[in-house]
Every structure is written in C-alpha cells, then in structure tokens.
Design a binder for this molecule. Structure first.
Ligand code: HSE
Length: 397
C-alpha cells in the first residue's frame, strides 16, 4: 500500500475538486487530504470551512503533512509554494505546466539538491499517462518524434465548429463552462498551454530543456468558418498540433501550429476534449495514445496516480538528460503552410515556394513552403493582417 500520505492541497478549483472526489472513491491508497489552502475568502465551497485555510504557511510548515499537491492556476504563486515545499523537505505533486515549462531546469536541479521529488503526470494530456510512459518505457529507446493534440479546449472548440457548425465564441464559452479552459483562455487558444506541455515532454523524450520563448506557437484563435469549410471540402479536419522531433543533423525542433489532418491520421478521430499522442521510435516504431486531456476527473485521476507513485517513493530519473548525445535546438525547418490574410500583402516573399494562391472579395490565402523563422517574421511584420495559419500535414501533401 506504500507509506501513509498526509496531503496539503493548494487550490480547490476544477482539478482540486476532481481530485477530492477521485481520492474519496479510491481504494488501495493510504492518503488523506489534511488541509486545503485557497485564496478567495468570499467563494462558496462544496466542503465545510474547517477543511480550508487562507494561510499557505499553515500547510507548508505543518510537520505532519508529507506531500504538497499544488493545483492552483497562478504560476508565480505556484513557484513559491513548490520551491518552499522542496526546501522544507516535502515532496510535491503538481499539474502546473506553465510553471514547469518556464522553470524546468531549475526545478530539476532543486530536486537533486534537496533529495525531494516533483511528480507532474497531470500537467501533460491529463488522463494519458504519457510522461511516465516516455520516462520508463522508452528509457533506452531512440526516439524520433513525439507529437499530437495536447490542448483539450482547442480540440473541443475545433470539434464543435467542425461537427456542429458552432461559432468559435460559443464553442469557447462551452469549453470554459465545462472546466476545460485555463482561467486565461488565451493560453489555450493561442497555443501556449500546448507549448508548455510540449516542453515537458521534450525534456523527458530527448533530454533537452528549451525555454518557451524560443519555440514558435500559433493557436486557433483566428479560425473562421472559411477555414473549417476549406478543410471539410477535402475531408480534412483541423487539429492544434504540437510536435518535437529530431532532425537528420541531430538538432531538435519544436512547434505548436494548427494542422490539416486527413482520415489516415490517428488524430483524425480524436475529438472533443480528448488528446492524442503519437510517439515514433527506432525500434518500437509508431505508437498512438489517446485519452481525455482536460476536465476535473481525468486530471484528478492523473494527480491521484502521482500521489500513489509518491507513496512508493517514485521519482523521475530524467534518463535522457544523462545520455552522451546533447541536442541543440533549431527553428531552421520548412513547413507546407496555409496562410489566410486580409490585405493585399506581398506575402509571397516570405515563402520559399508558393504552391497556391486564392483570392475572393472576403478571403485570401496562400499555400506554400515556408520556414518557421519566416513564419515568425511574417507575424511580426503583419500581425493584424494574418488571420489564420495552418500546416498541411506531411502525409496529405
Ligand atoms: N486548459 C487545458 C486544456 C487543461 O484545455 O487542455 C488541461 O491541461
């Protein structure tokens, strides 16, 4: 059953409440939430007041509490909680992908210095146990790429627009009401949340830590019914794709960009708040994982799994970081991309090659070969004019 765990919980939002329910219905784990720290004194809560405290230190310095579970949405506050907990001899479980992605190297080093651990399965693709799979199963495998749908809210919005012709704003509202979206939904629909998750997976897959600012991300915020129709006519769907892969020169590249996928793709049928991950490796070849990527219960279940793993003293070993081959990072890669824009731009000059141009009074687009570097420059130069960007998946060109 593992050791007895007394939990100090930070946050009682969608995931905190999900965990509370999941934990109360689980057997075979000797874990109990001793106290829950929350911020808002006015908010009505589903448990009696005696369960809560407004004082973080009451939990952080309680000697009886041997595990901090951090489920708040503010990355700065989470940083303070987690670093204080580790320095104070407590292990941590967190779902905070932004905090992890922005401070990955420091948090790995702090675990080594303190001898304490941080587990964060719930931070990436919620219900899909992908971090521990990559960390443990592929420990000696040579990975080529890890890619997929890592943001449940964007996928929910795209699914609703594609299958029910819902307006973008209505679909986003539903994703918020269902508790899938971040409190700042820009993180979801502009591709930041997916990028944070990609950074965490890249660290475990390739032993690289790349700061978020270096990685190109573009989300679905600018999508219109024109883009949806464009995809439908070809029997394609649009998915927010996150991808990390090894290039032939042993550099690593990463990006988050919407992508047209066809029915041959494993991701074609990954709809609603589901996520999907495809891992390509030298010997095990291509493997596909799918599960719920957002929501209180799937995320709570991943947190529970980390609580159980902690009870058995499990920690990440960061196996790939210790390999001899150290990869450098490169944005010097080419994509085949659809760019829809408003004004009569001399947009073609950003492309290495233009394959198709379209123009009617309401919509204009170009499809062609463009580098990530040129794509970034195009957005910097003409941010207001670029409406939507979407890659054309390799297998459908
Ligand atoms: N906002 C996130 C998503 C929650 O939609 O995927 C799960 O990390």
């Amino acid at each position: 059953m593992g050791k007895s765990v007394k939990i100090g919980l930070f946050g009682f939002g969608v995931v905190g409440q999900g965990l509370y329910k999941v934990l109360s219905q689980s057997t075979g784990i000797n874990a109990e939430i001793k106290k829950i720290a929350v911020k808002n004194r006015e908010k009505k809560r589903s448990l009696p007041a005696k369960h809560f405290t407004f004082d973080a230190e009451e939990i952080l310095f309680d000697d009886e509490i041997n595990l901090i579970v951090e489920l708040i949405d503010n990355a700065e506050d989470a940083y303070k909680i987690i670093t204080t907990a580790l320095k104070n001899g407590k292990n941590v479980v967190t779902a905070n992908k932004k905090l992890l992605a922005e401070n990955f190297e420091e948090l790995v080093n702090l675990q080594l210095e303190t001898g304490k651990s941080i587990l964060y399965e719930a931070s990436v693709c919620a219900g899909i146990p992908i971090i521990r799979t990559i960390e443990e199963y592929y420990v000696s495998e040579l990975l080529y790429s890890v890619e997929g749908i890592f943001n449940g809210s964007s996928n929910y919005i795209l699914s609703k627009m594609q299958s029910e012709s819902l307006e973008y704003s209505e679909a986003l509202k539903q994703a918020q009401e269902l508790g899938f979206a971040e409190s700042n939904p820009k993180l979801d629909v502009e591709g930041f949340d997916a990028k944070f998750k990609l950074i965490i997976l890249a660290a475990h897959s390739f032993g690289v830590y790349i700061h978020p600012e270096k990685i190109f991300n573009y989300g679905i915020a600018g999508i219109s019914s024109f883009d949806i129709q464009f995809a439908k006519e070809k029997n394609w769907k649009i998915k927010l794709m996150s991808r990390v892969f090894k290039n032939s020169d042993n550099t690593i590249s990463m990006y988050v960009i919407p992508e047209f996928v066809n029915q041959q793709s494993n991701l074609f049928l990954v709809d609603q708040e589901f996520n999907g991950v495809i891992v390509e490796a030298a010997f095990s070849d291509r493997q596909f994982y799918s599960g719920k990527g957002a929501g209180g219960y799937p995320t709570g279940s991943a947190v529970l799994s980390d609580i159980a793993a902690n009870a058995y003293d499990y920690k990440y070993e960061y196996h790939k970081t210790h390999k001899e081959l150290q990869y450098s990072y490169s944005n010097d890669i080419y994509l085949t991309t659809y760019v829809r824009f408003i004004k009569d731009l001399t947009i073609s000059e950003y492309f290495e090659a233009v394959h198709q141009k379209f123009e009617n009074p309401d919509n204009k687009y170009v499809i062609g070969k463009i580098s990530i570097t040129a794509l970034s420059k195009l957005l910097t130069d003409h941010k207001e004019d670029i409406q939507f960007i979407c890659n054309i998946g390799e297998n459908i060109i």
